[in-house]
Design a protein around this ligand. Structure first.
Ligand code: 1GP
Length: 245
């Protein structure tokens, strides 16, 4: 049963916008998780994504297990590599870095993931991951040794996302990179959203309610925010003041 994917597809079909908080296991203390998740539960958040570019072996499982003690929200792995896969989560974004030309992140890590997946009953969601230049070199770039699509190359972004859909991806994740100086532009989001029929996730550098609403208005179905919550937990309250349009 593809429960997490089905729920995202259903939300898209009824124009309900979704919001994921990204937790990087390397940046959160286990002892802070219950407090953090309490705020997540009160905010307008629909998913908890867990992952990072480089996470120590075993840390993701500990963090996911702790998160699950405090929430009923779906916990979705957003892993930088196969070693972050744990069946403690509900689903896995099985990411192919389509903007890059490094075979390790197009298929290599996927093959390495199989021994972990054979042991787990995780929902696996084929996801096309498209990195757009966010104005500074990001961890994804460094780790994957790939270049992002230039921020103004709308055509390349659209063609990459469309190729992902046609090759069977169930989601497209447009990413400016964690802590990006500039989020993905509304022009790129709009053009990509209009060219695909599968749900569109957008993340990287979104730090204000306005930027969040702009991403939704341009066609993002799910927005992912990590840094803004890490740096200022008051952001939860800002988002909770009024329902998201
Ligand atoms: C990173 O898209 C996510 O993969 C979230 O980015 O940390 O900049 O919010 P931020």
């Amino acid at each position: 049963m593809k429960q997490v994917l089905n729920a995202i597809q259903k939300a898209k079909s009824t124009s309900q916008k979704q919001l994921a908080v990204l937790i990087d296991p390397d940046k959160i203390d286990l002892s802070d998780i219950s407090n953090f998740i309490e705020k997540v539960n009160k905010a307008v958040i629909t998913h908890i994504f867990v992952g990072g570019s480089t996470v120590a072996q075993g840390e993701t499982k500990k963090v996911v297990t702790e998160i699950k003690k405090h929430t009923s929200l779906p916990v979705v792995l957003f892993p930088g590599d196969a070693s972050q896969i744990t069946e403690a989560a509900d689903a896995l974004l099985f990411l192919s870095l389509l903007s890059g030309r490094n075979p390790e992140y197009l298929i290599g890590q996927h093959i390495r993931a199989i021994p972990y997946l054979e042991k787990a009953s995780l929902e696996v969601i084929p996801t096309g991951y498209v990195l757009i230049d966010g104005g500074k070199e990001t961890a994804v770039q460094k780790v994957s040794e790939t270049k992002p699509i230039p921020a103004n190359d709308v055509r390349q972004a659209v063609h990459t996302a469309k190729a992902g859909e046609l090759s069977g991806k169930q989601l497209i994740y447009l990413e400016a990179g964690s802590g990006a100086r500039n989020p993905v532009s509304e022009e790129v989001i709009r053009a990509v959203a209009e060219s695909i029929t599968i749900p569109l996730i957008v993340g990287g550098g979104i730090r204000t309610k306005e930027a969040l609403q702009n991403a939704y208005a341009a066609g993002a179905d799910v927005v992912v925010i990590g840094t803004a919550f890490e740096q200022d937990e008051a952001f939860f309250e800002i988002l909770s003041q009024k329902p998201i349009d």
